[in-house]
Design a protein around this ligand. Structure first.
Ligand code: ADP
Length: 228
């Protein structure tokens, strides 16, 4: 399994003051795998995702992504790595309200130095892949919750990241919209071979993953291919 791993985490520990959020986590994520991370609230799931993605540096342990030791990089290098190789989706899409859907999606490309015309073409294509052709000029307040999450997913995938990190991406949606958004996201990542680390508390969401791990009290408690 390690041979095929795109992410290898070993001995991760992270405390916030007296709170031990992670207490020794080892985890491999295979290339192209959709991994669901489940577990109770406060168990350390988001901290784990942030450590894997180079947002948070663990107190102890290492994270290697595609052979690179992320924990050894400084803040600027981790920031470049995140922009170039990772995509992020959160529970609330965090779209910029003053930008249209297309401009929100184009933003990571523009930040990476892509010329404006090419960024716009790619943004339109990404929106079309998420069934949002025609919504390019709408502002976030003019979108439904499910549409807004699909725009956020388009923005996360427009750079063709190696890994998509998703923290409760459908957590704010009703179950019908959640199913639609999740299916749209997973169809795309499976087509592109994108690796996904997906935090969810919903067993129906986890059932779409290739594998799930359960975080309990800062440790990986169980691992299986089955639904909890
Ligand atoms: P989960 O995602 O499973 O809900 P988290 O990783 O967000 O869990 O949090 C794990 C523990 O670490 C919790 O007790 C939480 O309160 C604490 N924690 C997480 N981030 C911070 C932070 N930035 N400052 C202080 N405590 C934090």
């Amino acid at each position: 399994m390690t041979e095929n791993a795109i992410i290898t985490a070993r001995g991760l520990r992270k405390s916030f003051g007296p709170t031990e959020a992670l207490r020794g986590v080892d985890l491999d994520v295979r290339r192209g795998e959709v991994l669901a991370v489940m577990g109770p609230s406060g168990s350390g799931k988001s901290t784990l995702l942030h450590c894997l993605a180079g947002v948070v540096v663990p107190d102890e342990g290492t994270v290697r992504v595609a052979g690179r030791d992320v924990t050894a990089l400084d803040e600027a290098a981790r920031s470049r790595l995140r922009l170039a190789e990772f995509g992020f989706v959160f529970q609330f899409g965090q779209l910029l309200p003053e930008l249209t859907a297309a401009d929100n999606v184009a933003l990571p490309l523009l930040l990476a130095g892509t010329p404006r015309g090419r960024a716009r073409t790619a943004a339109h294509a990404a929106l079309a892949r998420l069934d949002l052709a025609g919504a390019e000029r709408r502002y976030p307040t003019e979108l439904s919750g499910g549409q807004a999450q699909r725009v956020a997913i388009a923005r996360a995938l427009v750079t063709r990241p190696k890994v998509l990190f998703a923290d409760e991406p459908t957590g704010s949606l009703d179950s019908l919209a959640a199913e639609h958004v999740l299916t749209a996201m997973l169809d795309l990542v499976r087509e592109d071979g994108t690796t996904v680390v997906l935090i969810t508390h919903d067993p129906r969401t986890a059932a779409h993953a290739d594998r799930e791990v359960i975080v309990r009290d800062g440790r990986i408690g169980a691992s299986s291919g089955m639904v909890a």
